[in-house]
Design a protein around this ligand. Structure first.
Ligand SMILES: [Zn+2]
Length: 369
């Protein structure tokens, strides 16, 4: 697979890029509109009815799940506290410290892209501190969170977990240079009077995902684990170690943070968001465990067994279990967590697979009597 064009390459050229900017501006505008206004001019409450162009309709996003309005360039930059700031495009988030000696940035999501430079310029022009990004911390190696790393050049000091370096060397993506500074368990980054405590507590969403804590501002940045105001992204945030990802909920809450930068969507997190996601996950797990017991596998074996289509048995049976588990949970959280109707089925299906292969809850595929 070829990599995305680099910033110095062709990304900004041609009408495709212009079209993408237009699309993103329009999409951002929609994302920032308080939901009462509805989408595409539809009155609130009908947004979930029929979709346009045959696309599915979904329930409206609760107002409390939305973040601040974006500016005309499609981003919002705000102070968390003191010299700590965050940037969002309503899809992704980055965080930065403005220090006496330059800026320490955590993550460089490509969708925010060059708006990261604009946001940092906005802040440092106002506070008179140097605007050059001297340090770039990688939460983890995934391209959707650090794919704009290339914008910060060769001189920036990139910092990540040891495994982050291994993954990025393997990826060999010009947009994501590997960090030269790595650590195994803990690393305190001190720049110009400001401090970040980086910690590795084992794999979770990704094998290299770290906890970035700003103790002076009681702010934790942990990406792709908690989703303030929303259900987790598809398939439990496409996490690579589901039991460890679930455990990471408690590790995150063991920090004394009051503000969470979760890496996704339009607003910051508070502790109640962590507790609510734990409830959602507990309900989902209870639902999946119950559905493994309650869904009768017989019809699937009868339908596809005689033809020898083993995968059809698995596919239809597992989908039936996930659907049985997901529907009541989606219903319970609609209005409390955005997109409960969008991703709860995928999340249930992923949890089902983890319960089967990680925890040994095998249902009809257990030890043959
Ligand atoms: Zn990720």
């Amino acid at each position: 697979m070829t990599s995305e064009p680099t910033a110095s390459g062709s990304a900004a050229s041609g009408s495709a890029a212009a079209n993408r900017r237009t699309f993103l501006r329009r999409a951002s505008a929609v994302a920032a509109v308080p939901v009462g206004a509805g989408v595409f001019g539809l009155p609130a409450g009908t947004a979930h009815a029929a979709g346009t162009a045959g696309l599915p309709g979904f329930e409206p996003v609760p107002v409390g799940s939305m973040g601040p309005a974006l500016n005309a360039d499609g981003y919002y930059v705000g102070r968390i506290e003191g010299n700590l700031y965050w940037v969002t495009d309503a899809y992704y988030q980055a965080m930065f410290l403005s220090t006496r000696h330059g800026v320490v940035l955590v993550d460089a999501p490509p969708t925010i892209g060059t708006n990261l430079l604009r946001a940092i310029e906005d802040v440092t022009r106002a506070n008179g501190r140097p605007g050059k990004v001297t340090h770039l911390v990688h939460s983890h190696a995934h391209a959707d969170h650090i794919g704009a790393s290339v914008l910060f050049g060769n001189d920036v000091v990139r910092i990540g977990h040891r495994v982050n370096r291994e993954l990025l060397l393997r990826a060999d993506d010009p947009n994501r240079p590997a960090p030269k500074v790595t650590f195994d368990s803990r690393y305190t980054l001190s720049v110009g009077g400001e401090h970040l405590e980086l910690a590795y507590h084992g794999p979770n969403h990704a094998p290299d995902n770290i906890y970035v804590y700003a103790p002076a501002y009681r702010t934790l940045m942990l990406v792709d684990v908690l989703f303030p105001g929303w259900v987790p992204f598809k398939s439990l945030a496409v996490s690579q170690d589901i039991p460890a990802w679930i455990k990471a909920h408690d590790v995150a809450l063991s920090y004394p943070w009051t503000t969470l930068v979760a890496g996704h969507l339009g607003r910051l997190g508070v502790r109640a968001d962590g507790e609510l996601q734990k409830e959602y996950m507990a309900d989902l797990e209870a639902g999946v465990r119950a559905a493994i017991k309650s869904v009768d596998p017989t019809p699937y074996f009868q339908e596809y067994g005689p033809g020898g289509n083993a995968w059809a048995i698995f596919s239809t049976y597992l989908d039936a279990v996930a659907r049985t588990a997901a529907d009541p949970v989606a219903g319970k959280y609609l209005g409390r967590l955005a997109a409960a109707d969008v991703f709860t089925f995928d999340n249930a299906a992923t949890l089902l697979e983890s319960l089967r292969i990680d925890s040994g809850v095998l249902g009809p595929f257990g030890i043959r009597p």
